[in-house]
Write a protein that binds this ligand. Structure first.
Ligand code: SAM
Length: 305
């Protein structure tokens, strides 16, 4: 095993010294908060339940501390870093790992798409390791945590799990139950397709520099059987986002507004009738499975109209 896989490198004093030597000031806009509690870095890795045949994507290489822990455990790691200075430092750290592919770029092409170069590098590694499973393991930069998690659910290949530290407020939204203030389009999107779980809540003190908010380790397991239930995943995504643009409005009114061009009020009432909802029902009160069924009912009517 490589020495950095066990040595306690990423402490606060280590980071302060490394960045001072390199003359680097960290950028909050890039979510550059490093996990300095090494037990938690290990917990993040353990929570991913890695296997020797896995191909792991890490978004945000930083200095390579997480990648160097993961590399000895799996077939291949693809790690991507936007900051040229950190990329150069991580190159030194990770040079001895033949199974690590480093990419210097934005992990996202835009807020709706993982960068094709990242998807391409993952696809290449999956093809090079027959029988491998693709997993995301990352201490995600806060500013791109939502699009990374959300867009990976429509990526090819689809990850078998996503294990990441993210801001606690986002983790709460992902696991939120109907009728709570955190229940949102993101909760429904993620829960419709995956099993979601908060593994551990993390205070700001376990990162350096300290972020202003709490964080959490989240473990997400996409379930291909759920894709079949959802039907048209893209339609479902847009449908739910549309409903939650007006979360305080009654569901019937939102549906009438959303489909005004194609479905009349009588058709909307016809679609809603089997659900036996009260006239003042709102999307934010409905279980994920009801919203899936409703989206499918609307989609079928649109296809027939
Ligand atoms: N993985 C390292 C660790 O655990 O110590 C660093 C994690 S740090 C929270 C997030 C890293 O993501 C930073 O190094 C930052 O520069 C990088 N980053 C921020 N935005 C990015 C983007 N759009 N694409 C790729 N990397 C990004």
């Amino acid at each position: 095993m490589h020495p950095t896989a066990t040595s306690p490198r990423q402490t606060q004093s280590f980071l302060i010294q490394r960045f001072a030597e390199a003359g680097i000031h960290l950028e909050t806009r890039h979510g550059q908060n490093f996990l300095i509690d090494l037990n938690l870095l290990d917990l993040l890795v353990r929570s991913a339940r890695l296997e020797p045949h896995d191909v792991v994507l890490e978004v945000g290489t930083g200095l390579g501390s997480l990648a160097s822990r993961i590399a000895p455990l799996v077939a291949a790691v693809v790690t991507v870093e936007i900051d040229r200075r950190l990329f150069a430092m991580a190159e030194e750290e990770l040079a001895s790992f033949a199974n690590v592919t480093m990419l210097h770029q934005d992990a996202l092409k835009n807020k709706n798409t993982i960068h094709p170069a990242v998807q391409g590098a993952v696809r290449e590694q999956v093809a090079a390791h027959p029988g491998s499973q693709f997993k995301l393991v990352a201490n995600l930069p806060y500013n791109i945590a939502t699009p990374i998690l959300s867009n990976l659910l429509t990526a090819d290949p689809l990850p078998v799990s996503l294990t990441a530290t993210i801001q606690k407020e986002l983790a709460d939204r992902i696991v939120a139950r109907p009728g709570t203030k955190d229940y949102s389009a993101l909760s429904i999107w993620m829960q419709a397709l995956c099993a979601v779980e908060i593994v551990r809540e993390l205070g700001p003190q376990v990162f350096w520099p300290r972020p202003k908010v709490n964080s959490a380790i989240i473990h997400v397991v996409p379930n291909p059987a759920k894709w079949a239930l959802v039907g048209d995943v893209k339609f479902f995504h847009d449908f739910v986002r549309g409903l939650f643009l007006h979360r305080r409005k009654f569901l019937r009114g939102v549906l009438v507004g959303q489909s005004r061009e194609q479905l009349d009020k009588a058709t909307i009432d016809d679609i809603l009738a089997p659900f036996e909802l009260s006239t003042d029902a709102r999307a934010e009160q409905l279980e994920v499975k009801i919203l899936i069924a409703l989206a499918e009912a609307v989609r079928h009517r649109l296809n027939c109209s």
